[in-house]
Design a protein around this ligand. Structure first.
Ligand SMILES: C[S@@+](CC[C@H](N)C(=O)[O-])C[C@H]1O[C@@H](n2cnc3c(N)ncnc32)[C@H](O)[C@@H]1O
Ligand code: SF4
Ligand code: SF4
Length: 393
């Protein structure tokens, strides 16, 4: 079987960052820097390689760095957009310390299908508790430029104990509204420092208050080129298996457990789970709140003894390029990469078959390293955990 081609590719343009977020691998693996700090990707080689691949949807993110610190970020984004009108990017960034001139150049490239996601976990006064060393003045300037442009932008607020109050969420939402963010996303995470995991019940109550607050504002409308009111959304921890239809957020309101899962035939199956019997509960103002994107599962999905591999079974599952120029089936493989390669029996020589500097895309997906991954899902501990075979499938 050949490794399936996807439209989506995550790019780790660099392993550099100026922040020290405690639950980021670059922070908690600071002692292993020699292993993961590859510096900046060769953007010219990357762009040449991309042209023959068929990828059209790019996610700038990565595990160890922030693309904002690649010296040729603007040229790279320009080259992606120049590949054709159907090429788009989403870019997760902490947003700090980049010049207004660069933000303007990025804004000028963007359309409504491109999005900058600013990771700001809290209010301007407290978000540096997680985003250690972030710089609000430069973030705000950048965000105002992007919000005034033709592209989209999103304030992404990961909830921790220090920022879980309704007042903090409201302050951040109001600031997002003032800046002109069209989107505001609350993210529930399991990745938190000791004592900083958000309390589920408090979080739920506060989120409902925020929903009520947003609901009672005027309906979304445009003032000039700016949105009067950001669209509120709720997401689960990124990088959670799409196969695991499980409760991530324990909201006791009615209808919020509606989850939509594709049946692979273009239809959505709506699963209603854990609908509470409690008649006393308040009306949930946002009946459409859904927690997970609907993935499309390919026909005749493949399951090994222990694994339902997302990279094989999900249509357009995002593949990954690390800052050292290696192609990986998914972002999960990047952290502790050597362990996963050892489990798959990938040698140093085999690893060369993953390099975008030495191979075409077709050579990579037909190469020995990808073949070893595909025949060793059950031996790769990461795959047995991240893509654990779901009982219902
Ligand atoms: C390593 S970061 C790279 C992108 C960029 N530097 C950023 O922070 O947005 C990859 C993703 O992990 C997210 N992230 C960081 N800490 C997290 C946490 N504790 N829980 C969930 N997601 C987290 C970031 O917001 C980002 O979307
Ligand atoms: S901004 Fe992103 S890359 Fe930088 S330390 Fe924080 S999570 Fe990691
Ligand atoms: S964890 Fe393993 S099975 Fe899952 S997407 Fe990544 S490579 Fe594929």
């Amino acid at each position: 079987m050949q490794f399936p081609k996807s439209e989506k590719l995550e790019l780790e343009l660099t392993s550099k960052c100026t922040l020290f977020c405690p639950n980021c691998p670059r922070t908690y693996q600071a002692d292993q820097r020699k292993i993961w700090d590859n510096g900046h990707i060769n953007h010219e080689a990357l762009i040449e390689w991309l042209k023959s691949t068929g990828f059209t949807r790019f996610q700038l993110g990565g595990a160890y760095g922030d693309g904002i610190y690649h010296p040729h970020l603007v040229a790279t984004l320009r080259a992606i957009k120049a590949m054709g009108p159907g090429h788009h990017f989403n870019f997760d960034t902490n947003g700090s310390y980049r010049s207004e001139k660069d933000w303007q150049a990025i804004a000028d490239l963007m359309t409504r299908k491109d999005c900058i996601i600013f990771s700001i976990d809290g209010t301007p006064a407290n978000f540096t508790q997680y985003r250690v060393n972030a710089d609000w003045p430069s973030i705000e300037k950048g965000a105002r430029i992007i919000a005034n442009g033709n592209g989209r932008c999103r304030w992404k607020y990961i909830v921790f104990k220090y920022n879980q109050t309704f007042e903090d969420m409201k302050t951040a939402y109001d600031t997002a509204m003032d800046i002109g963010f069209p989107e505001f996303v609350i993210v529930h995470t399991h990745r938190a420092e000791a004592g900083q995991l958000a309390n589920k019940e408090d979080f739920d109550e506060n989120l409902t208050k925020l929903e009520e607050y947003v609901y009672n504002l005027n309906p979304p409308s445009m003032i000039g080129r700016q949105w009067a009111q950001p669209k509120l959304n709720v997401a689960v921890t990124p990088r959670t298996s799409m196969f695991k239809v499980k409760e991530i957020i324990e909201n006791k309101e009615q209808n919020v457990h509606e989850k939509h899962v594709s049946n692979g035939k273009g239809n959505d199956i709506t699963l209603l789970e854990n609908k509470p019997d409690n008649k006393e509960i308040k009306l949930n103002v946002n009946k459409q709140r859904r927690y997970q994107w609907a993935p499309t599962i390919v026909r005749d999905p493949i399951h090994t003894e222990k694994v339902s591999p997302q990279c094989i079974n999900m249509k357009n599952h995002s593949n990954f390029i690390s800052s050292d120029g290696n192609f990986l089936p998914c972002c999960y493989m990047r952290v502790n990469q050597q362990d996963h390669f050892d489990h798959a029996g990938i040698t140093k020589e085999d690893e060369k078959s993953l390099s975008i500097y030495n191979n075409t895309f077709d050579e990579i997906i037909e190469g020995v390293a990808i073949k070893k991954i595909m025949s060793n899902f059950d031996n790769i501990e990461l795959c047995t955990r991240q893509c654990k075979k779901a009982k219902a499938i």
